[in-house]
Design a protein around this ligand. Structure first.
Ligand code: DQA
Length: 151
């Protein structure tokens, strides 16, 4: 059975009460429940975690080698600042799908650039919590070899 890990970065523990006009009322726990239900449908194992610390996220990416087959990462604000996260992803060579609840390209200019995108399989943003489920589909499909050569 394939194993996926979903990693969430800073401030995502506040989902539900954090700027609901941007991020909605869905909590991170709601998202975890949704993803666990979807993991059962897909027949994959799922680990789900959150950290406000860049180094912990780097270590979670390292620890995924040999444990998980692919990662889904919402790096929060570190998306736009962290060369360390980008280097960690490039170092481990695991497939990573980048997720954002909001459409980062339709927001402030400083959110338009992602350090993660160049080392990710792809990016899903703007679909709220549904983006996590879409990312699971994309990653499971990639891991099963069902997608075309480009992915
Ligand atoms: C976010 C977008 C980031 O720009 C922001 O810093 C976040 C959340 C999103 O899911 O939309 O913390 O990653």
């Amino acid at each position: 059975m394939k194993s996926l890990a979903i990693l969430n970065g800073p401030n995502l523990n506040l989902l539900g009460r954090r700027q609901p006009e941007i991020y909605g009322r869905t909590t991170l726990n709601d998202i975890e429940v949704m993803c666990r239900t979807h993991a059962e449908r897909l027949g994959v194992e799922l680990a789900f975690s959150q950290s406000n610390h860049e180094g912990e996220l780097v270590e979670a990416i390292h620890a995924a080698v040999g444990t998980h087959d692919g990662l889904i990462l919402n790096a929060g604000a570190y998306t736009h600042t962290s060369v360390a996260l980008r280097d960690a992803i490039a170092s481990v060579g695991l497939p990573v799908v980048e997720v954002h609840l909001s459409n980062i390209h339709a927001r402030e200019a400083f959110r338009h650039h992602s350090h993660i995108a160049p080392v990710a399989l792809g990016q899903i943003c703007g679909f709220g919590a549904t983006g996590y489920v879409l990312a699971m589909d994309a990653l499971a499909s990639h891991l099963s070899g069902a997608t075309d050569a480009a992915t």
